[in-house]
Design a protein around this ligand. Structure first.
Ligand code: NAD
Length: 488
């Protein structure tokens, strides 16, 4: 057997490609097989300074802000086109790096292209307001770019979450620094190559790979950074907010969730159950808006548990590239965290397991876990309150809409919720009461819809991604006021 050395992913600061970082080398592992698929240069202070300088120069002196907005939009749309041209290659790389099934990786690439189409189209529509002050005065607002925007990315959707933040930031006129997760650095570099090919001016997008506690922290504290978009866990988000406070810059926080899916007895179960299962088991539950608490009207509780258990028993586990029902978790370390929750679930309720993990062949070394249902644990338990980020659905019965709303809202998080019923009045009344950033009715989770805003209440964060709302994070409002009295 021949051994090829894995490709090395560099740090990219303006036109400099840096293959040796001052914090050494990291390795990215295929979680299905345990094989090293790439190495990456890890940035320290020196490379962080270079990246910030490149982004500062591009913003302060580069051509981007002097271009006409429609020209910026064209380049963004070209990035979208190139993403689609490379769909196959990027999706396959993402499968190996993050473990996700191929269909999810295709979705991730397609959705990324949509962000560039959408914000490319928005670039020349970023209008201000005219404000009436009465005779002899004119007043208007201008939407000005915020400056150098830092994007700290988690490992679950490494490519799509770059697109989600970077496309509106560029449309608004900002320059950008991307800090991918050390677990999944591979496709961010493909994104850099696409930006260059699309003709994006030098230094507008910079790539800083490295450890969160080193490169991430140095970037978040850097006085040359004007704004931070963070997507990740609550504890890290809190650290990043402290770093942002150390130089008083605004941040967007897209954090975790423990989202409820509320199933009323009158719902069409044949339609609702696949949606509910998709809502929690997509990408092995490693989705911020996973619907991990299923609140079921008591009269159908046992039937629903039985049907879902049958469903998870027949799920196929495998490497992402084979497009299984469930891929592996992102790493062995994360697998141990999820399995620790299996122990907690056994203490707090009853754990019903589904499909067996692969025990033979190359996949026996992968980070697979069995999908699981937890029954008999109430909403005050850890299993019902903490984000697991694995394929675990906690099922809790309720009696009546009042109780369903109370349980749904009794959570430290408030990202999204699902409501399944044929009764539109009941659905809309529930949507009004839920303390979450997004309510799905007889649906759950996203397609290619980049048009609506997304973000959390409570510990799920603040600020909004997606839609036209996302642009405001990258803009500041300048007011211009003229006094022009006519001599009388
Ligand atoms: P994480 O918090 O461990 O890491 C996120 C990023 O922060 C990584 O790039 C990491 O390197 C970096 N980081 C770590 N320490 C840092 C520090 N001190 N300073 C600056 N950066 C630092 O999250 P994760 O495990 O990669 O992702 C899973 C989490 O992300 C889950 O909680 C999930 O809910 C959340 N998430 C939220 C959304 C959303 O839109 N709300 C989307 C995806 C994931």
């Amino acid at each position: 057997m021949t051994h090829h050395s894995p490709p090395l992913i560099p740090i990219v600061c303006g036109n400099k490609i840096i293959t040796e970082g001052s914090d050494g080398v990291g390795r990215s592992i295929d979680p299905a097989t345990g094989e090293v698929i790439a190495e990456f240069a890890r940035a320290g202070q020196e490379e962080v300074d270079l990246a910030v300088r490149a982004a500062r120069t591009a913003f302060d002196e580069g051509p981007w802000r002097r271009m006409r907005p429609f020209e910026r939009g064209r380049i963004l749309r070209r990035i979208g086109d190139l993403i689609l041209e490379r769909r196959e290659e990027i999706a396959r790389k993402e499968c190996a790096d993050s473990g996700k099934p191929l269909r999810d990786a295709y979705w991730e690439v397609d959705c990324s292209a949509r962000f560039f189409e959408f914000y490319g189209g928005a670039a020349d529509k970023l209008q201000g307001n005219s404000i009436p002050l009465g005779p002899d005065w004119s007043d208007w607002t201008v939407k000005d770019a915020v400056g150098v925007s830092l994007h700290i990315i988690p490992w679950n959707y490494p490519f799509q979450l770059i697109a989600r933040g970077v496309a509106p930031a560029l449309a608004a006129g900002c320059s950008v620094i991307i800090k991918p997760s050390a677990e999944t650095p591979v496709t961010a570099y493909e994104f850099m190559k696409i930006c260059q090919e699309a003709g994006l001016p030098e230094g507008l997008v910079n790539l800083v790979n490295g450890r969160g506690s080193v490169a991430g922290d140095l970037l978040a504290r850097h006085r040359g950074v004007d704004q931070i978009t963070f997507t990740g866990s609550v504890p890290t988000g809190e650290r990043v907010m402290v770093a942002a406070a150390s130089h008083a810059v605004p941040c967007n926080m897209e954090l975790g969730g423990k989202s409820p899916q509320i199933l009323f007895a009158d719902a069409d179960l044949d339609r609702a159950l696949p949606i509910i299962a998709g809502g929690v088991f997509t990408h092995c539950g490693q989705v911020c808006n996973a619907g991990t608490r299923l609140l079921v009207e008591r009269s159908i509780h046992d039937t629903v548990v039985e049907k879902l258990h049958e469903r998870i028993k027949s799920m196929r586990l495998g490497a992402g590239i084979d497009d299984p029902d469930l891929g592996p978790l992102v790493s062995k370390a994360h697998k141990s965290d999820v399995e620790a929750f299996f122990q907690i679930a056994r203490k707090e309720g009853e754990l019903l397991l589904g499909a067996e993990t692969p025990r033979e062949g190359p996949l026996a070394n992968g980070a697979f876990v069995r999908p699981a249902l937890v029954v008999g644990a109430d909403n005050n338990t850890r299993i019902a309150r903490e984000e697991i980020f694995g394929p675990v659905l906690t099922i809790i019965p309720f009696d009546g809409a009042e109780e369903a709303a109370r349980i749904a809202n009794d959570s430290p998080f408030g990202l999204v919720a699902g409501v399944h019923t044929r009764n539109i009045d009941a659905a809309l009344s529930m949507a009004e009461r839920l303390r979450v950033g997004q309510v799905w009715i007889n649906a759950f989770s996203v397609g290619l819809d980049v048009e609506f805003p997304f973000g959390g209440y409570k510990l799920s964060g603040f600020g909004r991604e997606k839609g036209l709302e996302a642009l405001s994070a990258y803009q500041q409002v300048k007011n211009i006021c003229i006094h022009h009295p006519v001599p009388r």
